[in-house]
Design a protein around this ligand. Structure first.
Ligand code: BDP
Length: 681
């Protein structure tokens, strides 16, 4: 009941027809390959079956008995080979799998092209059983939609986690790598069964000692890579652009300097001798005081391509982040706009990056706010590999003390039509590589895990971790389906329990949005740690995040005629819609326009009344989450029940604080009474 097992809890299934069916098929398993990933799949299978069905999945099926068999297509398992012909094999991609029930062979077979595919397929079958699906008529071929499905850790060598809300790192502490490979193994199990195949293990802000991960500490990195490899996960490292200088061997980090280029090539070669399947580098350059090519008058293509050349001979890739902006802006200047920065920096470089460079673009132009428009870089880069970056860590969405199920937000972003090429070009088709036919593409996200017993601090935040992986695997899954899967795998199949938890998850984003910064304007949080309300926290600072509220109105003018012109970074009717005060959607109104408090929204309410109403409602609905959860007492494991109850109680209280600070602030600024005559001080 601690939450440690997360979606690998394998709750015991209820007796009934399906239970009987599972017992019939799952009593024996046939696996002939010794390969480590296939063996890991076998262990997972036996563990899941033992726990859910209370039977042993014996490893030597009788010749004429029922069985489950799995392996790679050419792995020599006769049952797998009997059930899948060549055509079936051809439909399966490098990480996909086929799964089929053969009544003739009395066998459910999982076949894949690679060991990782076997693991994904086996977990798929476990998931079907865990959510009480019929397995007697299976015939599916499943391939991941996105090739790169990546987690970025922001863990530091000292054991702290940047924007970590779940304790400390379980990878490092006190500038040492952990010895606890068991925890890392369990982490790899969780990640692979959610579909993740790439993990960058250290913070994008690479500090002095962490620059040594690619030299002094390489053997430690390799031990983690070994664990990940078993689970089909490639390890990546964040590197410091000034690496060559840190090690004192080269006096510059200029990407066009021959000595610097040689240095990176040598490093890459060293890394690959120790970690032959090393994924590559993640780079944050010229951003928030990180070093980068600008120091040398070079551009980001020069910087990224230099690293790409070093990695290319080994099949490695460079993931170059587009989170580049001026963090020392003059707040009095209303024409400079941080939202413009990524596009302004990277659009002119389209087509200049090597084939093994991927640009990693945050989902929005600012920074993971509860509501932002989609980054206009999506659709604007026609000749560049790109991945979208989400933040599973809830830096700006309640820091895992508030529940905020983010899958609906990510879905909305993936579905956004960029109108690139004048047609239908949703973000999901850009990041899966299908629109432009990219060599590399996919989805990345900032991790939300730490050494808290339940991994994510808030138990319900596990749904975001699981959900990210599932959505990266298949963006067509709905937020409801993903929630239902996670609930069944974590809490079991009690429909009443599922109903309550599903409602809580699906309402949570809207609720959080309603009592925090209104109408897309964002921020209004305490500086530095970013938790809790502070309307003017960043208003008179250099970070470029403003709301411009005065006694008459609020919002950022990003229009072409009178504002920063940001709206013109979008294409076609998107640009027009955002630029137009009449057409701009309510939820983004204050992101794009500065309006009087009396401006009337599409909803029919004035801006000020909207602020009052949503904040009263939001706080009330937050209290409602706690009430709903209370109904689960006695229906789920006590250990799980109490930890969520405690967080929801905190959220309800904190939501009131948000409500009161925001409402009072705008009441005092505007002097306009609440039409509902509620008490605002
Ligand atoms: C911001 C975080 C900061 C990160 C930065 C980044 O506040 O800690 O270093 O993003 O993504 O959201 O690099």
């Amino acid at each position: 009941g601690s939450g440690y097992d997360a979606w690998l809890s394998y709750p015991k299934l209820p007796q009934g027809n399906l239970y009987t069916q599972y017992v019939k098929w799952c009593g024996a398993v046939s696996v002939t390959e010794e390969q480590e990933t296939v063996q890991a799949a076998l262990r997972e299978w036996q563990r899941g079956i033992a726990s859910m069905l209370d039977i042993e999945a014996g490893a030597s099926p009788a010749a004429d008995g029922f069985s489950v068999a799995f392996g790679t297509f050419n792995g020599g398992n006769p049952r797998v080979e009997a059930i899948f012909d060549e055509a079936a094999g051809r439909a399966v991609g490098p990480e996909g799998f086929a799964i089929r029930t053969s009544l003739t062979h009395k066998c459910i077979a999982v076949g894949a092209a690679s060991p990782a595919g076997v693991l994904y397929g086996v977990f798929h079958l476990l998931r079907l059983i865990g959510s009480l699906k019929d397995i007697e008529h299976l015939d599916e071929t499943v391939n991941p939609v996105n090739a790169l499905r990546m987690i970025n850790h922001w863990d530091n060598f000292d054991g702290s986690v940047e924007r970590g809300y779940s304790g400390r790192s379980f990878l490092y502490g006190n500038n040492r790598f952990t010895d606890d490979l068991n925890r890392i193994t369990d982490y790899a199990r969780l990640m692979s069964t959610a579909g993740i195949n790439a993990i960058a293990i250290n913070n994008v802000n690479v500090h002095a000692l962490e620059t040594l991960f690619i030299s002094t500490y390489l053997p430690d990195v390799a031990r983690i890579a070994d664990v990940f490899r078993t689970y089909g996960i490639r390890l990546f490292l964040s590197v410091n652009f000034a690496g060559p200088m840190h090690e004192g061997e080269v006096g510059t980090a200029d990407p066009l300097d021959a000595g610097v280029r040689e240095w990176w090539k040598t490093k890459a070669a060293e890394i690959y001798t120790v970690i032959p399947d090393f994924g590559g580098f993640v780079v944050k350059a010229d951003s928030e005081n990180r070093p980068g090519p600008f120091t040398y008058g070079r551009d980001h293509a020069d910087g990224a391509n230099m690293l790409a050349e070093a990695l290319e001979p080994f099949g490695g890739i460079v993931i170059w982040r587009c989170f580049v902006y001026n963090c020392k802006q003059d707040w009095r200047d209303r024409k400079t706009d941080r939202a413009r920065a990524a596009y302004d920096h990277f659009k002119p470089l389209d087509g200049k990056f090597h084939d093994n460079v991927i640009l990693q673009i945050k989902n929005g132009p600012m920074d993971f706010q509860v509501r932002e428009p989609v980054s206009p870089l999506f659709g604007a880069l026609e000749q560049t590999n790109q991945v979208i970056e989400f933040q599973i860590a809830q830096e700006y969405t309640g820091q895992q003390r508030h529940v905020c199920y983010l899958v609906p937000q990510w879905k909305e972003i993936m579905e956004f039509d960029t109108l690139a090429q004048g047609g239908t070009a949703p973000v999901k088709h850009i990041v899966d590589g299908s629109l432009w036919g990219n060599r590399y593409s996919g989805v990345a996200a900032v991790s939300n895990v730490g050494n808290d017993r339940n991994w994510t601090g808030h138990l319900l935040a596990q749904a975001n971790l699981y959900g990210f992986g599932r959505l990266a695997w298949n963006p067509e899954l709905s937020a409801e389906e993903i929630a239902a899967e996670w609930i069944a795998l974590t809490f079991g199949t009690d429909a009443a329990v599922a109903g309550v938890i599903s409602r809580i998850l699906l309402d949570s984003w809207e609720i959080y949005e309603s009592y925090t910064a209104p109408l897309g304007v964002g921020w209004m949080i305490n500086p530095e740690h970013h938790y809790g309300p502070n309307v003017d926290g960043y208003e008179y600072s250099q970070w470029g995040t403003y709301h411009y509220a005065d006694h008459q109105g609020i919002g950022v003018d990003r229009t072409v005629a009178t504002g920063t012109g940001y709206s013109a970074q979008y294409m076609g009717s998107n640009a027009q819609r955002y630029d137009s005060l009449e057409e701009c959607p309510d939820e983004l109104l204050l992101f794009f326009h500065h309006v009087p408090y009396t401006h009337v929204l599409h909803s029919g309410k004035t801006v000020i009344q909207h602020i009052y109403d949503t904040h009263f409602e939001g706080a009330e609905r937050a209290a409602g989450l706690l009430a709903a959860w209370s109904g689960l007492k006695g229906r789920i494991a006590e250990g799980l029940y109490v930890q969520v109850e405690e967080r929801l109680r905190g959220q309800a209280a904190h939501a009131k604080e948000w409500r009161d600070q925001i409402n009072t602030y705008f009441y005092r600024k505007s002097g306009i009474e609440d039409s509902g005559a509620r008490k605002i001080y």
